[in-house]
Design a binder for this molecule. Structure first.
Ligand code: NAP
Length: 207
């Protein structure tokens, strides 16, 4: 699959490497332009290509947005229309500034700013270093670390669940975008190294 990654920080780099190694075509962007990412793309290998935000979004059949939440307004909403968009972001007011979510979950709020995108919340509960090191495709799903995912689009969620399995983790269905509040910072699943059964218990047995 062609995967565009918006953001080349801790999570963007980890997912670029893992997904490229799993055989996907990966394009990646940052805030400063593709020329600042060519070295990184070369180091990642596997044909990873540096793009602008707009081109990375256009390139991906699926797009991962992994820029700090405070920059949500910069996302290329036109190019994201109709795409599956994985939202890895967490809202930290001290980092991102005061943003009025209007009572919505972070991902439901984001989804309103990229209308037509098929938003799936995932990978926000795991530290980048653990994402790099804890996936293991040799383990059965029941023994892998769980990655909760939430979306209003069941088909998009199934596609993301498949990617999670391909890089050695176990997807756990955490309901719709509003339900994703239960995987935001400060919740019991956040940062927790749980297998799928434990994760379902912690999340309230929703899947
Ligand atoms: N770090 C973790 O362990 C972790 C775990 C789970 C979830 N998260 C969440 O995932 C998101 C990304 O975290 P991170 O730690 O990977 O961030 P990070 O290391 O600070 O990197 C942020 C990346 O986003 C890019 N960026 C910033 N504004 C942008 C814009 N307008 N357009 C395109 N790219 C832009 C930056 O590019 P420049 O360098 O050019 O500015 C940089 O490549 C955050 O919401 C974070 O809370 C992080």
């Amino acid at each position: 699959m062609k995967i565009g990654i918006l953001g080349a920080g801790h999570i963007g780099k980890a997912l670029a490497r893992l997904l490229a190694e799993a055989g996907h075509e990966v394009g990646i962007s940052n805030s400063r332009g593709p020329e600042t990412l060519r070295d990184l793309a070369e180091r990642l290998g596997h044909g990873v290509t540096a793009y602008s935000n707009e081109d990375a979004a256009r390139f991906g059949d699926l797009v991962i947005e992994t820029v700090p939440f405070g920059h949500y307004a910069d996302l290329p909403s036109v190019q994201l229309k109709g795409k599956i968009v994985i939202d890895t972001a967490n809202y930290y007011p001290e980092r991102d500034g005061q943003i009025d979510l209007g009572g919505l979950s972070e991902s439901a709020f984001l989804a309103r700013h990229i209308p037509g995108a098929r938003v799936v919340k995932a990978f926000n509960t795991i530290q980048a270093a653990h994402l790099e090191s804890q996936g293991d495709t040799n383990k059965p799903l029941s023994q892998r670390r769980a990655i909760p995912m939430a979306s209003d689009d069941a088909e998009a969620k199934a596609v993301v669940g498949q990617l999670i399995e391909e890089i050695g983790f176990a997807p756990v269905d955490n309901g719709d975008l509003e339900q994703s509040k239960s995987q935001q910072p400060g919740t019991p699943i956040y940062g927790r190294e749980a297998n799928p059964e434990e994760a379902r218990q912690v999340l309230g047995g929703q899947s």
